[in-house]
Design a protein around this ligand. Structure first.
Ligand SMILES: [Zn+2]
Length: 506
């Protein structure tokens, strides 16, 4: 099998086992990362407010808004270099008895501050680009200050690669500059060997807290042997369509394990339901505790811990599935993510704010979107590791309302209907399995260029032959016989998406 040596960025995540004193220290560093982010954001906001005031002054004096915007030149929004310079001037120093915004800064690695300044730059630009409409995806709001207890506890350290200060002193100990050595729960042997052999190079480390755990995510440049096309067995298995759900974790158009037909419906791990029970109890306990009490703090920690454990289990189940999928099939077809429609519908406007926005958006929807996004992220990089590829289909294509055998559509299908029943050919199938089969068929049609779908005005649009990401993967003779003749689709729901009627392949 042909393969190419490629350098990729890869994160290795380790669970830390800090001592009690180290944990306090870690929390302190996270606090300083927050402080630095807020410092940078405050200076950006100040400059922006000043600029806005100058524009407004011109507008009230009779100048048109676009002209005024152009005429006001300063003050410029400071970026990292300027922010860092101002910070050095203002921070103070306890060693010299000079008070300032952060006089203890010398006790903390400078990268904690610098990476927070970079993060603030990114948050600012994301908002600006989103505002201007040059950024894809969900609208990004005006950057907010990070609040203790609200924002994720995390900090990031970089180092010069020629003088590595972030390194493993043993398989079980990670050395962080200025901080010292932290013990790991798990062994870093595989990574240490790669570093020793020169096939991995540490770039940075992000330390974060989730629930009761501390993690170190070590970002490395890794030399990998990436296959340039699917293996024979992957090609023989062909395309698989996946429908992610809440009830079942995922429904597949083909069994995940070849000789186990029941492996088309992947159940949500049972311990999730068990945890849900414990979580409910823990939350009840928390609500009974008096505000500000030590026992309330203890109950709060227990709830956070249970939440985190559920997340970890779901994540590990997803990892197992995505690895199996990407190693077994040549093409993995999924539906595109829910863009931002549902949450926005309840949000309302400034004058007429929506009510119970979060509740309406739905917990299930949130879980589903989160795990779909994560599954998609995993499938994306794993397909590149294992020579397979990912096909993403338009979300507004009615995959659950269409019969996977004859193409008949049931427009009145609701979320409560767990079984799809076809009025035309009599097919009776689990709703999610039917959707998965449709996704597979659609992906195969799109890939072979025979698919036909409709654009917003209901006119048939021939899908362009998709760009093949990897050489050799355009060979489609092994994906089995083409699906039935594509049925004429009725008008899909109102398109909130300009990419309506298209399928991206990458
Ligand atoms: Zn049918």
């Amino acid at each position: 099998m042909a393969s190419t040596k490629t350098v990729v960025l890869r994160a290795f995540k380790f669970t830390l086992a800090p001592t009690a004193a180290q944990e306090q220290q870690l929390l302190r560093w996270c606090g300083n990362a927050r402080l630095a982010f807020n410092y940078a954001l405050a200076s950006k906001r100040a400059a922006h407010t000043e600029w806005r005031a100058q524009v407004d002054a011109l507008v009230t004096s009779g100048v048109k808004e676009p002209v005024a915007r152009k005429r006001v030149t300063g003050p410029k929004t400071p970026t990292k270099p300027a922010v860092y310079k101002a910070f050095i001037a203002e921070r103070g120093d306890t060693r010299e008895g000079v008070d300032g915004v952060c006089p203890w800064a010398h006790e903390i690695n400078t990268h904690v501050f610098q990476s927070a300044f970079i993060d603030a730059d990114r948050a600012w630009n994301n908002w600006l680009d989103s505002f201007k409409g040059t950024r894809k995806g969900r609208r990004v709001g005006y950057p907010r200050f990070k609040k203790r207890g609200r924002a994720r506890d995390a900090f990031r350290l970089h180092h010069t690669v020629t003088k590595p200060t972030i390194r493993f002193s043993t398989h079980r100990r990670l050395r962080l500059p200025t901080f010292g050595e932290v013990r790991l729960h798990d062994s870093a042997r595989t990574l240490v060997r790669q570093i020793d052999r020169g096939t991995a190079l540490v770039q940075s480390v992000t330390v974060s807290r989730a629930g009761h755990r501390w993690y170190a995510s070590v970002l490395c440049k890794v030399e990998m042997d990436l296959p340039s096309c699917p293996t024979r067995s992957q090609q023989a298995a062909g395309t698989v369509g996946i429908d992610f759900g809440v009830k079942a974790l995922a429904a597949l158009s083909k069994p995940l394990v070849p000789d186990r037909p029941e492996s088309t419906l992947l159940p949500n791990p049972r311990h999730l339901a068990k945890a849900a029970h414990r979580l409910k109890r823990a939350q009840q306990t928390l609500s009974r505790r008096q505000k500000g009490s030590a026992r309330r703090e203890k109950a709060r920690r227990r709830v956070a811990r249970l939440h985190h454990e559920v997340a970890v289990r779901r994540q590990s189940a997803l990892h197992q599935i995505t690895k199996r999928l990407t190693t077994r099939f040549a093409t993995i077809a999924v539906e595109d993510l829910h863009v931002s429609g549902m949450t926005r519908s309840a949000r309302g406007t400034m004058d007429k704010p929506g009510r119970k926005v979060r509740q309406k958006a739905g917990l299930n929807r949130a879980i589903l979107d989160a795990s779909m996004a994560e599954a998609r992220r995993q499938i994306t990089y794993k397909t590149s590791w294992y020579g397979s590829r990912l096909a993403v289909l338009d979300r507004w294509w009615p995959s659950s309302k269409t019969c996977s055998a004859c193409g008949w559509q049931n427009p009145s299908l609701t979320l409560a209907d767990r079984v799809f029943e076809c009025a035309q050919c009599g097919l009776t199938l689990d709703r999610d399995l039917n959707a998965a089969r449709n996704i597979e068929q659609h992906a195969t049609q799109v890939a072979s260029g025979t698919g036909e779908t409709q654009n917003a005005r209901g006119e048939p649009v021939r899908l362009p032959r998709p760009r093949a990401e990897k050489q050799g993967s355009t060979k489609r003779e092994d994906t089995g016989p083409p699906g039935p003749v594509p049925p004429r689709r009725s008008n899909p729901p109102t398109p909130p998406n300009p990419r309506q009627g298209q399928a991206k392949l990458f």
